[in-house]
Design a protein around this ligand. Structure first.
Ligand code: COA
Length: 300
């Protein structure tokens, strides 16, 4: 746990962590726990698909008997009627910095006010956000105008796709610890120590599927992020076009759906192969006007 953030929050922040939330009024901003997380999940469902990532995270968090959810502070601007909800991974080790801060907002002004608060967002460290593209102007404005320490600014925009269905007949397996390096070596954003930690965590704690060759080596795979989004889909070049990716997406989708989780993923606009693959499987763009953006600030 990031004790520095916790201590700061206790002293000054209007956004409170769980240990302190009992001391503030029900109208104050706070870190949700227990039944509040279940209530927040129900509320976020009304805002799908734009709430997909935070909703997906809460689905896992509220069913921790089935998966081991990432330790995250779920912060709201106020309770019970919140306008902003932020899932902020707790930083236990350096590798945890690589985990996305997921942001849901119904109100731009309140979002701006919330993320300006340095007890909510520690702008001096490496940050990676997953946020609806509608809000990215606010995010970049706050980052660049208020904090001189911004040294890097990359963004990535993907379309959300979702599905409720599924079935296939191929025999498949799940990834394990011995496959971390393989996944890291092929993931577009991998090949770093922090990515290794993140992939290890995903493989250990969230559903994954893979096609194994005769030597039990994965040749195609798909993982689940802590937000419930399917991702890191990859087939080794020599095995492409055999239908492996379609099978894996179908199987993982079925598994997630039958466990009561939302079934979705994000695809980059230019990835036409992947776009075609998901469309053929019955996925639809969740909302043509909605894009989720990932932003990184500062050095790792
Ligand atoms: C996208 C990817 C996972 C597809 O894997 P795959 O195992 O070859 O996919 P499948 O064999 O299940 O094929 C799915 C569909 O895509 C089509 N397809 C696969 N590769 C293609 C290519 N290079 N060009 C055109 N179409 C292609 C297949 O023909 C198939 O369509 P069909 O149902 O009409 O036959 C693979 O190309 C890959 O690893 N790409 C790099 C990583 C990536 O982009 N991941 C997706 C991130 S969202």
């Amino acid at each position: 746990m990031d004790h520095r953030l916790l201590l700061n929050a206790s002293a000054l922040s209007p956004i409170m962590y769980s240990q302190y939330s009992r001391k503030i009024s029900s109208k104050s901003t706070m870190d949700l726990t227990g039944e509040q997380l279940k209530k927040a999940e129900t509320q976020l469902k009304r805002y799908l698909p734009s709430s997909l990532q935070v909703y997906g995270y809460l689905c896992f968090r509220n069913r921790s008997d089935q998966v081991r959810p990432d330790p995250v502070s779920v912060l709201v601007d106020r309770w019970p009627e919140f306008s902003v909800l932020i899932c902020k991974p707790l930083c236990e080790q350096k590798g945890d910095l690589f985990k996305d801060i997921l942001v849901f907002a119904k109100n731009n002004a309140i979002l701006e006010e919330t993320i300006r608060n340095s007890y909510v967002i520690d702008w001096t460290r490496y940050l990676c956000f997953g946020i609806n593209s509608l809000h990215m102007g606010i995010l970049t404005a706050v980052a660049s105008e208020k904090y001189s320490l911004v040294t890097e600014h990359d963004s990535l925009v993907k379309k959300p796709f979702s599905l409720f269905f599924g079935s296939s007949g191929i025999s498949i397996g799940s990834l394990d610890e011995s496959h971390v390096a393989l996944v890291n070596g092929t993931w577009k954003f991998g090949q770093s120590e922090v990515a290794v930690r993140m992939i290890r965590n995903m493989i250990a704690n969230f559903p994954s599927c893979c096609v194994l060759d005769a030597e039990a080596k994965p040749v195609s795979w798909i993982l689940t992020y802590a937000s419930g989004s399917m991702g890191m889909l990859y087939t080794l070049p020599e095995h492409r076009g055999k239908g492996y990716a379609k099978v894996l997406v179908s199987r993982l989708a079925k598994r997630l759906h039958s466990a009561g989780y939302p079934v979705y993923c994000f695809i980059e606009d230019e990835n036409m192969v992947s776009y075609g693959l998901f469309k053929k499987l019955g996925f639809n763009e969740a909302d043509p006007s909605y894009r989720e953006s990932w932003f990184q600030f500062n050095d790792l």
